[in-house]
Unconditional design. Sequence first.
Lengths: 95, 496
Amino acid sequence: MSLDTATVRRIAALARIRLEAAEVERMQTELNDILGWIEQLQAVDTAGVEPMAGAGAVALRMREDVVTDGGIAPRVLANAPDREGEYFGVPKVVE
Amino acid sequence: MHPTDFTLAGAAEALHEGLISSVELTQAHLDAIAALNPRLNAFLAVTAEAALREAAASDARRKRGEARPLEGLPIANKDLFCTEGVATTAASRILAGFIPPYESTVTAQLRRDGAVFLGKLNCDEFAMGSSNTTSAFGPVENPWRRGNDPDARLVPGGSSGGSAAAVAARLALAATATDTGGSIRQPAAFCGIAGIKPTYGRCSRFGIVAFASSLDQAGPVARTVEDCAVLLRSMAGFDPKDSTSADVPVPDFARACGRGVKGLRIGVPREYRLDGTPPEIAALWEQGLQWLRAEGAETVEISLPHTKYALPTYYIVAPAEASSNLARYDGVRFGLRETAAGSDLRDLYERTRAAGFGAEVKRRILIGTYVLSAGYYDAYYLQAQKIRALIKRDFDEAFGRVDAIVTPATPSAAFGMDEKQDDPVTMYLNDVFTVTANLAGLPGLAVPAGLDHQGLPLGLQVIGRAFDEETVFAVGGAIERAANFRALPAIRAGVG
């Protein structure tokens, strides 16, 4: 399966990464090389195999449903590029 | 003896006997960094003042008779570990200006046990790479030289290239590192030192910049197997702040290093005999097995039939998880923000991520986004997760017959900085022997075992059962004693 330039642009948009026109073709070649190489996995018989999501314990631990953190807005905001009061600042979203 | 030549355990003993102070030991390492780091680029930040302050406090504490396990030992941290109040970059422009308001569990435990931190170590950007050439802050140079081509600048491996280069060149007694597909073991092998990726869940991932969460594990690199064992004991342990942290006791790993291998069954996987592997790597592997047989182990040929699918499986699973993990870099909450006149929120995201991520990180995010996208999820991601289960099953069956598995650590010695850079897939093949342990969640240790014809170090890898690092250390210790690896890198502290 080979990605065309429209698909490369669509994936980049999904990933929220701006690609300049000049970058699209090079990225297309590199992604197709990688996808061509992983294509070999389609030949493996996995009928009846349960997918493995992680390498740790099968079931995650449960814990008490209690507040363990919070009330540290100044520390949470300390690295924000822009802030207004106790909020992160972003360009206007709603007119 | 130059103070930077101590092993971690040796320095601990010298401090205990009063032969040297932590301030002297720390100053010697800071001097070595000042002299050699401009060339090696292993450190991204040196916290000299804090280190000397900690060292002085440590010496005072020792005088009071309150020395802790790592008291006064100067080490350094891969810049993937969040350190409170000290910039943490993951070697990426996108984390520009980020000062963590909290400490990673692993580094907090090292501090708890008395370690002195020299600074933060370079790595591949977001730990994505096998040569440390994807760092936004320039490549790290391997302190080793080819005997027949001494002018060629070599890579230290990656992604923990700064950690391995710093320890090999004696700029730190030992270092923390992380390993998602081989990022501890491959650079350790390239730099002639030891390094262990422990069992998944052994070390908390809390406060480590995430790459692929089901594969990422922290571990130490150091100049001896015992030093790795000493450091791992402090790094490991249950942490409620990581939902995949294993609630199991942490043994005294160092005791296992001298245990010997008598009666152990050592698996030799036939699928790791690859076409195109240099004959000297095959010969070193056979030599390693002979050493173990001479110490009373039995070697057994085993089969891990899905080995050849491990790398392509990894290059679906890891980018998929990375594309999800790296969604947090949005230019809003921390790090870089890029906008143009009239940017809306979406444009802010897209410009920030375009400017902040390097080429390899972008490639992996796009691959991950694609394999998780509607219509392709089953064919790529689900299929990869099933093959991952088959790879783990291969190991489960093998460990019914053997106690540990021994393989080469890498398919080559360190290569030149300008080599293997044209094609991503060629670079990915570096991890062919290491990536299986990440997919299966198993511990893997790289031990320096010999030199190639160019005088560059080569390592062997020991893989063990989940949570059986002790057998891994026992086998690694036996290989280390038999190999008696004494060669030194050309660039190192205390020379010239």
